[in-house]
Ligand binder design. Structure first.
Ligand code: 5GP
Length: 179
């Protein structure tokens, strides 16, 4: 069923059941991959808040959770280079295994910026888990991107935490913009 948010129309792309199923599989993989360490999961707010919550519930090894907030969109539907950096991590990641949890990787600029910033704090390792990836939009490869929920086309999506003009974050499924 199509929905309207502000001036745009959206149609269903990925339903809640599929998201939960994929999130469980990634969680199991993380439990195995981080068995030997106590990782710090760094959730990137706001868009990934539901994914962070659902993914963390699948984790059964000892871990810490921290948050940061970045934004590169400013209410539109195309990625802008300018990045606003709002809050610090509040956790010392020196010597720690860090896993960044993102909602979506589009151009990859936000992630490159965040990875560079976190590397300055000398963690033992940095990897990235993103619910969504737009391979066609990616401007340069991100070797730290080890876990991806779904690859999607180069289209604007909302729901399951992702917004359009700050709305639509509450939708349980992911929708794409009707062209
Ligand atoms: P990048 O820097 O990779 O171009 O953009 C990453 C950020 O842009 C994401 O964390 C997200 O906040 C936002 N973004 C990218 N694509 C979309 C999209 O299709 N929908 C929404 N709502 N946000 C997006």
């Amino acid at each position: 069923m199509k929905i309207k948010i502000a001036d745009l129309e959206f149609e269903p792309l990925i339903n809640e059941d599929l998201i939960i199923e994929r999130t469980k599989a990634i969680g199991q993989q993380l439990n195995a991959d981080y068995l030997q360490s106590i990782p710090v999961f760094v959730g990137v707010l706001n868009g990934s808040f539901l994914f962070i919550a659902d993914l963390i519930k699948q984790i059964n090894i000892p871990c810490e959770i921290a948050f940061t907030k970045l934004a590169s969109y400013y209410g539109g539907t195309t990625s802008k280079l300018k990045i606003r950096d709002d809050i610090d991590l509040m956790v010392d990641i020196k010597g720690r295994d860090v896993l960044i949890i993102e909602d979506i990787v589009d151009t990859g600029n936000t992630l490159h910026y965040l990875i560079d910033k976190l590397k300055q704090r000398e963690p033992a390792s940095i990897k990235v888990c993103s619910l969504l990836l737009k391979p066609e939009a990616l401007q340069s490869p991100i070797e730290e991107l080890k876990y991806v929920g779904f690859e999607i086309k180069n289209e604007f999506v909302v729901g399951y935490g992702l917004d359009y003009q700050e709305m639509g974050r509450n939708l349980r499924d992911i929708y794409k913009k009707v062209e």
